[in-house]
Design a protein around this ligand. Sequence first.
Ligand SMILES: NC(=O)c1ccc[n+]([C@@H]2O[C@H](COP(=O)([O-])OP(=O)(O)OC[C@H]3O[C@@H](n4cnc5c(N)ncnc54)[C@H](OP(=O)(O)O)[C@@H]3O)[C@@H](O)[C@H]2O)c1
Length: 331
Amino acid sequence: MRAVFFKGNNHPLEIRDIKKPKPVKDQVLVKMKYAALNHRDLWIMSEQTNAGDGIILGSDGTGIIESGGEDVDPMLYGMEVIINPSLNWGNNPVVHGDSFKILGYPDNGTFSDYLLISKKYIFEKPEHLSFSEAAAVPLSALTAYRALFSKARLRPGEKVLITGIGGSAALWTMQFAVHYKANVFITSGKQEKLERAKQLGATDGFNYKDPNWTEAARKAAGGFDIIIDTAGGPDFSKLFELAMPGGRIVNFGRTAGNVGEINLRNFYSKQLSLFGTTMGTRDEFLSMLDFIEGRNIKPIIDSEFTLENIQQAIDHMKQEQQFGKIILKIA
Ligand SMILES: NC(=O)c1ccc[n+]([C@@H]2O[C@H](COP(=O)([O-])OP(=O)(O)OC[C@H]3O[C@@H](n4cnc5c(N)ncnc54)[C@H](OP(=O)(O)O)[C@@H]3O)[C@@H](O)[C@H]2O)c1
């Protein structure tokens, strides 16, 4: 079987032919159909110096169960599945425990013809989604769902600002918020992405490359009840000015780097809440799937590459050309 191996940040990705693994105990062997990229793959490729003989990358994927270990009911063979990449969350819904991991590093991930994984992380593929559409769901939709509903506790009608809308996690956040009848505003570094997001239901958008974007945002919206940020960077402190009194700011990314100075007076006098979040629990994964299925929501897919063209897909993400998910066709 083919698999995409990462050995360390100074090594090119390698596509190797390796032996098909054999499931034991509660493991299932999933014949992968599609996988999808996340910014996490870029972080791993730039920040991890030594992955030994190599780790198979990839957190998102869909496929068909081919076989299972002795604790797997053969009734599951042939099931069309989506994979939850949030591994070993633990018992506390507020925060994951010490053994929490994300599929695709340090454990072997989905950029492969086959994936070996515990049946705990396997869910039936939503019926209204094709295999390629379903591959766009797991990591970013789970994180967006927890950020918007479990952390910020969105209420219909609230004004929500989402930064960097071209990213897949930001787009899932926008789709969930629009379906929940929020009044959604977005930022992007590209005018055409702002326009596309408006066609999908955003009220207005602002180009974060314009030094006056926060003034434009304040003029358009007055202020925001909720801000969901995946970028951080020097603009992060401005979010505290844009938040309404009693507002909630949630961050789960650092695409633009660490943050500068924060005006604490603004923070406490407006009685703001600041949340960090990462991935989500099994219950949140189920609720997220239910939300998507119940409202017939389809992901925004930017492009599709083959497994052999993984490097082109990675380069496409690095250039920030995408609007939505970058998909990998495996079979
Ligand atoms: N903690 C978690 O569990 C978790 C889960 C998912 C994602 N994340 C993090 O969230 C971030 C986005 O992930 P992703 O997979 O959705 O990435 P992605 O698809 O690669 O999108 C990245 C987007 O970041 C935006 N961006 C770049 N510079 C920006 C800036 N200065 N201000 C605002 N936006 C900026 C760009 O949006 P435009 O093209 O519109 O300008 C770009 O398209 C990453 O940092 C990722 O690690 C974390």
